[in-house]
Design a protein around this ligand. Structure first.
Ligand code: HSE
Length: 340
């Protein structure tokens, strides 16, 4: 399976590391043979090689700050514009893992459209195109007869979307409630233990949880994007950001957090999605609420279903390998459906 990867930040590097370390296992267990033919970054160069790029060399070059340090090999093309790279790649799958832009979701959305036009499947870890343009991308995938998958956009590689769309298919989901942002859950956990807001945020950034612009995390917008993705994928509802009621954790003080603790409660940034809308807000939960027990960068989601009652999934919500794995999980899901 030939792959083109857009973006080589936290997620792209995590994914590449996983492929490097599991190549033999993936081949013997699943007959899965990925070949990464192209990588495109916005400001750190692009690389295309029809025979595949070397994972270690890519990671080493990128650790130095740019893909220009990738060694010359016969047939290697450098610095093609991303759209041209996609068109010339002859790849089977486009992996979109560039940073999330919730204003326009561009140029990532155009890359996905170009991939469908070229007959490729599309997998996203980038939330912007799915949050803003799900209906359009879904229609294009259908008319091209290709897969559109985006597990990494909600709860990193924890299979929140697969659970709802595949395992719970046949149930009606009445509403969804969850902790969908790892950065703020980590910060709230640290702050409850006495760490100042700024220190907790700095650590979340260092650990690779936060967005390139962390105001999206602390302002609640990252959780809002995930709520929009769930509303679109589960309830066929294309919301816009200004239709959501969004409050982040920027105004939450240590005094409020301590007062909650003294009353046997914990603040959590909760996303609620129903068939008619969504809201994000820090809520005080009693310790008896399972979501109150979810700490650190861990996320949790509860699907309220008609046939099973509440079904809750708890797992990683952010991180390099945790989100990198989401791309692999989606690739294997596509691979399973291709006759061998
Ligand atoms: N910044 C996001 C978070 C990354 O903290 O949850 C995963 O989407």
């Amino acid at each position: 399976m030939k792959l083109v990867l857009i973006g080589f930040g936290t997620v792209g590097q995590g994914f590449t590391e996983i492929l490097r370390d599991r190549l033999d296992e993936l081949r013997t267990r699943y007959g899965f043979r990925p070949l990464l033919v192209g990588v495109a970054t916005r400001s750190r160069g692009t690389l295309l090689h029809p025979d595949g790029l070397d994972f270690d060399a890519l990671l080493t070059a990128s650790a130095g700050g740019s893909l220009t340090a990738y060694p010359d090999t016969p047939g290697l093309l450098r610095d093609l514009p991303a759209l041209e790279l996609i068109a010339r790649s002859d790849a089977d799958v486009l992996l979109e893992a560039s940073w999330t832009d919730l204003q326009s979701a561009q140029p990532a959305t155009d890359y996905c459209r170009a991939a469908f036009d070229a007959g490729m499947h599309v997998i996203l870890a980038n939330k912007g195109p799915v949050a803003l343009h799900y209906a359009d991308l879904h229609a294009r995938a259908r008319s091209a007869g290709r897969h559109l998958r985006f597990e990494g956009t909600v709860m990193a590689g924890t299979p929140a979307l697969a659970l709802a769309q595949e395992a719970l298919a046949g149930c009606r989901i009445d509403f969804v409630r969850g902790i969908l942002n790892g950065t703020t859950n980590y910060m709230l956990t640290q702050m409850a233990e006495g760490q100042p807001y700024a220190d907790a945020l700095a650590t979340a950034q260092r650990l690779g949880y936060a967005e390139a612009d962390p105001t999206a995390d602390v302002g609640g917008w990252d959780a809002a994007a995930k709520a929009m993705i769930l509303a679109a994928a589960l309830f066929d509802q294309q919301l816009t950001l200004d239709q959501l009621d969004v409050t982040g954790i920027t105004d939450l003080t240590i005094t409020q957090i301590n007062a909650a603790a003294a009353a046997g409660e914990r603040y959590k940034l909760i996303a609620e999605i129903t068939p008619s809308g969504a809201r994000i807000a820090p809520l005080r939960l009693p310790l008896t609420d399972p979501l109150a027990q979810v700490s650190g960068a861990t996320n949790a989601i509860t699907y309220q279903t008609d046939l099973l009652g509440p079904v809750t999934l708890i797992g990683a919500g952010a991180g390099r390998l945790e989100t990198g794995y989401a791309l692999l999980g989606d690739l294997l899901a596509i691979h399973r459906q291709i006759p061998q």
